[in-house]
Design a protein around this ligand. Structure first.
Ligand SMILES: Cc1cc2nc3c(=O)[nH]c(=O)nc-3n(C[C@H](O)[C@H](O)[C@H](O)COP(=O)(O)OP(=O)(O)OC[C@H]3O[C@@H](n4cnc5c(N)ncnc54)[C@H](O)[C@@H]3O)c2cc1C
Length: 400
């Protein structure tokens, strides 16, 4: 008998899961109801910035014709799930339908965090997550005028670069001592700072937004920083981190992690054996991950499990990343925060033009991971060496 899988969220990871299970389920055991809050099928959110500079919604689409026309897939756009009933095994949509499930996957992603700053509701203040957000930014952007991005992490720098490509003059405000504080140390950050400044971004670290002031007509006009500086500002983007979208956990009586997220085991299953959570909303052993690679791993695990194939635990996530700033190379690979006493740290650097730091396992000498900034070797070349002893020409690979 055909079973129904309801997937809540048609983002990158929800789509991957349905797509994988479609191909594994050769005997047609499953039909899929996908409840999507957004009005568009899944798209490549990682490439969203390219939408600001000319790529179209179609260019970024993940769901191909075969997926959209598959009679087993019932994709309901602009149809968010608002509640669910575990006893009845149904999900309630915003349109008032109760959709029954045999298995339920929550793939609701994250929402951008907007710090509680006075004035944050002014017009032309945006977040940076969806096509709709970027449509708003594109409409509000004005060439030659100043903009402010709140947050100097990966996303904030990417957003600032997008604004500068729209002709605006972006300031980036970061409360930590340097940009990308989660991934970089001070040495790598100096290289990034220099490259970003050359691209026209004004980075202001060790300060934060104290308040946002609006013009009489309601749109943002200026931003006051905690160090007393006042920046003129015609458009503002919050890129100050994300929070897992775990609202449905309450309705379903599922546990949430200490820092949010739907708690799942290392196979992405909740305490209810019919309910799973994958992607950014899932707290695997208490931790959520804001990157796509760990989410895809989760999707593949659950798809295999539902298809009756043997599975491995999702294990240690791949958290390597690369900054997408034209002309500024910054990347991490492998582990960059090894447990104390486990690693030897070696730095190769040349003034502020290039910097590479690697971590070697202290007893075996094998490569654990590293940080690259500037004109260094690439993540693609160095990543595959993780877990092995570095080759004789290692230094040349790091600083070619
Ligand atoms: C600009 C940008 C650049 C990025 N660059 C990178 C990168 O270089 N590398 C990287 O690894 N990651 C990157 N990321 C992060 C990456 O996009 C996410 O990790 C990935 O999209 C997570 O997939 P997901 O399916 O868990 O969540 P999402 O892709 O956010 O999808 C979740 C979907 O669920 C929907 N939803 C939520 N609640 C409900 C509900 N109740 N009912 C129905 N639908 C619901 C949401 O509307 C959304 O469409 C980037 C993100 C952004 C915004």
């Amino acid at each position: 008998m055909t079973r129904t899988l309801v997937v809540v969220g048609h983002g990158m990871v929800g789509h991957r899961l349905v797509d994988r299970l479609r191909s594994l389920d050769t005997s047609g055991d499953w039909r899929f109801v996908v409840l999507a809050e957004e009005a568009h099928p899944a798209y490549n959110r990682m490439a969203l910035s390219s939408y600001l500079t000319g790529r179209t919604r179609n260019d970024l689409a993940l769901a191909d014709r075969a997926f959209l026309d598959d009679p087993r897939v019932d994709l309901r756009l602009a149809c968010p799930a608002v509640s669910a009933d575990r006893g009845a095994r149904t999900v309630l949509t915003a349109h008032g339908e109760h959709v029954p499930y045999d298995a339920l996957v929550l793939a609701t992603g994250s929402r951008p965090f907007v710090p509680p700053v006075p004035g944050r509701d002014a017009g032309h203040c945006f977040v940076y997550r969806t096509f709709d957000d970027l449509d708003g930014i594109r409409r509000a952007a004005r060439r030659g005028l100043p903009a402010v991005v709140v947050g100097g992490g990966l996303l904030g720098l990417e957003a600032a670069h997008g604004l500068s490509r729209l002709g605006m003059r972006p300031h980036v405000v970061e409360s930590a001592p340097h940009p990308m504080p989660t991934q970089l140390d001070a040495g790598a950050a100096r290289v990034l700072h220099r490259g970003a400044t050359e691209l026209g971004l004004d980075l202001r670290c060790r300060t934060a937004v104290a308040s946002i002031e609006a013009h009489p007509e309601g749109t943002v006009g200026a931003v006051r920083l905690t160090d007393g500086t006042v920046l003129d500002c015609a458009l503002l983007v919050f890129a100050a981190g994300v929070r897992p979208r775990d609202e449905l956990a309450a309705a379903l009586g599922l546990e949430r992690g200490d820092r949010g997220g739907i708690v799942v085991d290392e196979y992405c299953r909740t305490t209810d054996e019919r309910i799973w959570a994958v992607g950014e909303c899932a707290a695997v052993q208490g931790r959520c991950h804001g990157l796509v690679a760990p989410g895809y791993r989760m999707a593949d695990t659950v798809a295999r499990r539902l298809a009756g194939h043997p599975v491995e635990a999702v294990g240690v996530p791949d958290t390597s990343t690369e900054l997408k700033l034209l002309g500024v190379h910054v990347a991490t690979f492998g582990t960059t925060d090894p447990a104390a006493g486990r690693a030897v740290e070696i730095v190769f650097a040349e003034d502020t033009t290039r910097y590479a730091k690697v971590f070697l396992q202290h007893d075996t000498g094998s490569l654990l991971g590293g940080v690259l900034a500037g004109d260094t070797g690439s993540r693609a070349e160095l990543g595959p060496l993780v877990g092995r002893r570095p080759p004789a020409h290692f230094e040349r690979l790091l600083l070619p």
